[in-house]
Design a protein around this ligand. Structure first.
Ligand code: AMP
Ligand code: MG
Length: 298
């Protein structure tokens, strides 16, 4: 058991180091993560919020750094962070193999970038890190009995509607099981995503966003897209989703002062390591896993 654990930790460390190296070469600046915030990602599928009270105010434990990334690209053109997220997922999700309630995402954003550009960056980042693990962690992969599949960008693409038609309503698992390389899902319909993904001005109702899905049944790897940055559009999107503009005042105030257009994505580290190491559950990637519905000793 401890040999396996050591191998998984070595792979994790290689992922973090290789990603940092790649992003530094691409001109990205690393930000320290934000842990508490007056406003965080709404994530409408998950209504259970982790909030602490201090100094007469309420502080959300960060569910993603989306708004902070949008604010940060005003200062630096390209930024990333290894961002710890708390998401109180339903207890039943403890069995999906993909969910923790505390996890880390490599969250990045680029000012003025298009979806196409961040998809290309994502493919290069993903391939660089995977090849580094393949080359530097041979012993560890052998210890784990993992034969990592080979793949090369560009990765295939499918639209949300095509994926739905081919694999049914909740297509992620079926698509992932059938895929032999990572595959992009693009063009999500406006009603299934959060308000900050940018609506395509040429195709109302369709978003300029994407997910990357792992092969071999490991499911979603990352989500991202271009962002809504104009105050009027943010307000309209909040309203159609039934969210109170008052709750998003800090974001709206920033947008009124001027948020630049940007695009980016977040890739979950535990899911990445799970895929690379070939593990049945993300819990195996952490020494102190936080699994929905379970208590922990340390
Ligand atoms: P999202 O913006 O919700 O798509 O989250 C970004 C990425 O974080 C996802 O693509 C996953 O890789 C990862 N992620 C999201 N939720 C969880 C979770 N509960 N446990 C582990 N990883 C997660
Ligand atoms: Mg997602």
């Amino acid at each position: 058991m401890s040999e396996r654990q050591a191998a998984i930790l070595k792979i994790t460390s290689e992922v973090l180091g290789a990603a940092r190296e790649f992003l530094a070469r691409e001109g990205f600046v690393e930000l320290l993560p934000v842990i508490t915030a007056p406003v965080t990602d709404p994530l409408r599928h998950n209504t259970d919020r982790a909030v602490i009270e201090a100094y007469g105010g309420k502080w959300h434990l960060t569910r993603s750094m989306i708004f902070h990334k949008q604010a940060a690209v005003r200062a630096c053109e390209r930024i990333f962070s290894f961002s710890p997220n708390i998401r109180l997922e339903p207890s039943e999700w403890g069995h999906t193999g993909r969910h923790l309630f505390e996890f880390v995402q490599l969250d990045l954003e680029a000012r003025g970038a298009t979806r196409e550009e961040v998809m290309s960056l994502g493919e290069r980042l993903f391939t660089y890190v995977t090849e580094r693990v393949r080359a530097s962690c041979c012993r560890e992969l052998r210890e784990l009995g993992r034969e990592l599949p080979l793949f090369q960008p560009p990765f295939p693409r499918i639209t949300y509607r095509e994926a739905q038609a081919r694999y049914g309503e909740g297509f992620e698992e079926a698509l992932s099981r059938e895929a032999e390389t990572p595959v992009w899902v693009i063009d999500f319909p406006i009603e299934v995503r959060e308000f900050y993904d940018r609506e395509d001005p040429q195709r109302p109702g369709i978003l300029l966003d994407m997910d990357l899905v792992y092969p071999e049944g490991y499911g979603e790897a990352l989500s991202g897209g271009e962002r809504e940055h104009e105050p009027g559009r943010i307000l309209a999107r909040l309203r159609t989703q039934g969210l109170s503009p008052d709750d998003y005042r800090p974001l709206l105030s920033l947008a009124e002062k001027g948020l630049p257009p940007s695009a980016g994505f977040g890739i979950g580290i535990e899911r990445w390591v799970r895929f690379l190491a070939g593990l049945p559950h993300v819990r195996g990637t952490r020494l102190f896993p936080r699994v929905p519905g379970e208590l922990s000793h340390l």
